[in-house]
Design a protein around this ligand. Structure first.
Ligand SMILES: Nc1nc2c(ncn2[C@@H]2O[C@H](COP(=O)(O)OP(=O)(O)OP(=O)(O)O)[C@@H](O)[C@H]2O)c(=O)[nH]1
Ligand SMILES: [Mg+2]
Length: 207
């Protein structure tokens, strides 16, 4: 059988400095958690092949710098036909959560592609005692944009693969985000972070 054509999707990781964007990407890539903070100064690109059901998608994931002095550069990166944006905040930092709106605005202002899809990630959920932003607060972001919210930890690998899986599903139009929200409202189903459950037919390969 001829190989199925692969569709490439460009995804950017944005969010304040130190929230864990680079660590999420390196954990996704299978690297060991690095507790040291190495500030990103320029964009880095990693590629992953994702199968969702019968669809094969190649994700080109752009890690961007969060620091204020690099934000013009980040805006320029999202300008280049980005289809999906993962906005990361740190659940122990209320400021980083408040700044999510800023990131959404920047993306909507600069993205070359109309209707950019959003996935919001509350990272560092392993730091339970220091947690300042609840899962419900995160979910509010998703409700506002018809995106998805995921509670994650790059340290424990909680829901890291899920971030890219949900993004792929949303880009491919298999958008269960609104269903998921409805389930939450009616009290059915899980909390939206999937608790690490994997669905059949999904595979990721980081190239
Ligand atoms: N406890 C905990 N620490 C984390 C987690 N994710 C990242 N960190 C730590 O947070 C610090 C910042 O992580 P980075 O991934 O470099 O943050 P960033 O968002 O890429 O920051 P910039 O490159 O400056 O935009 C590092 O010391 C990481 O080890 C997590 O899930 N839990
Ligand atoms: Mg970084």
């Amino acid at each position: 059988m001829p190989a199925r054509p692969t569709v490439r999707h460009k995804i950017a990781l944005v969010g304040d400095s130190g929230v864990g964007k680079s660590t999420i990407l390196s954990t996704f890539k299978g690297e060991r958690f690095n507790p040291l903070y190495v500030i990103t100064r320029k964009r880095e690109i990693k590629t992953a092949v994702v199968n969702v059901g019968n669809e094969v998608a190649e994700l080109q994931i752009w890690d961007t710098p969060g620091s204020a002095d690099c934000r013009t550069m980040t805006a320029a990166y999202v300008q280049e036909d980005v289809q999906g944006v993962v906005v990361v905040f740190d659940v122990t930092s209320y400021d980083s959560y408040m700044n999510v709106q800023h990131w959404v605005k920047t993306v909507n202002q600069f993205a070359g592609q109309e209707n950019v899809k959003f996935v919001f990630v509350g990272n560092k959920t392993d730091l339970e005692r220091q947690r300042k932003v609840s899962e419900d607060h995160g979910q509010e972001l998703a409700n506002q944009t018809n995106g998805a919210y995921i509670d994650a930890s790059a340290k424990t690998n909680k829901n890291i693969e899920m971030i890219f899986r949900r993004m792929t599903e949303i880009i491919l139009g298999m958008n269960e985000a609104s269903n998921m929200n409805n389930e939450r409202r009616s009290g059915a189903g899980d909390s939206g972070d999937y608790n690490g459950k994997e669905r059949e037919g999904f595979h990721c390969t980081v190239l």
